[in-house]
Design a protein around this ligand. Structure first.
Ligand SMILES: [Zn+2]
Length: 250
């Protein structure tokens, strides 16, 4: 048996200590950030809440996910987002239908809606991020002017997923519309009243088509599910944007 201070035993102890330090370091860092013992810029600190106005960074999807999962965080982020909305009471209307922690969206931060519509907080928060960081930048870049108005086909509807083939009977699967987590958008209107219509302008390589494709791709950054004309015939005339559920970008 080797003596207590043999080189192999010391090596083992050193290795053990190194592993302990290696495993403890991230925990210590997380604790220090959480406790405010050390401060780092907001965009690199996972514990500071989502700021809709902040330029998206590497932690944005984590913060957005966290805010959308906790109603109080979601409402706080929404209140500072610049969206125009009224509170709306929770409602349960049937099996798998109804909404909780929703708002009646009256308008975006810098655009009007064709009519007010009820959206869950999490979907509204995704909308706020999309409008500010994807939709309006795409409009300015591709069209030279921001979008002044959105024409939508509605959000809340107690119904099943519309697959097209079995639309009459429904698919047997509740749509995200049934919980006010989805919004269908058919057209975008410029300040000069020129309309960019999903059904008419999606294809081609003109400025309108490029704008629509940027708006669609940008929605995939902030919503969980995005479906457009390339997905199926049911979506030939609108973008379906939803929060929660499976990730899809078609
Ligand atoms: Zn839809």
């Amino acid at each position: 048996m080797p003596p207590p201070s043999s080189p192999s035993r010391i090596r083992r102890i050193v290795t053990l200590l190194a592993w302990a330090a290696f495993l403890a370091a991230p925990l210590a860092l997380a604790w220090a950030l959480h406790a405010g013992a050390i401060t780092i810029p907001e965009r690199y600190n996972p514990w500071t809440p989502l700021d809709v106005a902040a330029e998206p960074g590497p932690l944005t999807s984590f913060k957005l996910g966290r805010a959308r999962a906790e109603p109080a965080l979601c409402m706080a982020a929404l209140a500072a987002s610049g969206l125009q909305y009224d509170p709306v009471a929770d409602r349960e209307t049937g099996t798998g239908c109804g909404f909780k922690d929703a708002v009646r969206l009256q308008g975006g931060r810098s655009l009007a809606l064709s009519s007010p519509t009820v959206l869950s907080c999490r979907a509204a928060l995704s909308f706020a991020m999309w409008e500010r960081h994807a939709l309006q930048p795409a409009a300015t870049q591709r069209l030279g002017v921001p979008v002044a108005r959105l024409e939508h086909l509605g959000s809340y509807a107690c119904r099943d997923v519309n697959t097209g083939e079995r639309a009459a009977q429904g698919s047997g699967r509740r749509s995200r519309h049934a919980t006010a987590d989805a919004l269908d958008i058919a057209a975008f209107v410029r300040e000069d009243r020129r309309r960019i219509v999903v059904r008419r302008d999606w294809t081609g390589d003109g400025a309108e088509a490029l704008f629509l494709r940027d708006a669609h791709a940008g929605a995939c950054r902030f919503f969980d599910g995005v479906l457009g004309p390339d997905y199926n015939a049911v979506h030939a005339d609108h973008f379906h944007l939803e929060a929660g559920g499976w990730r899809m970008c078609r």
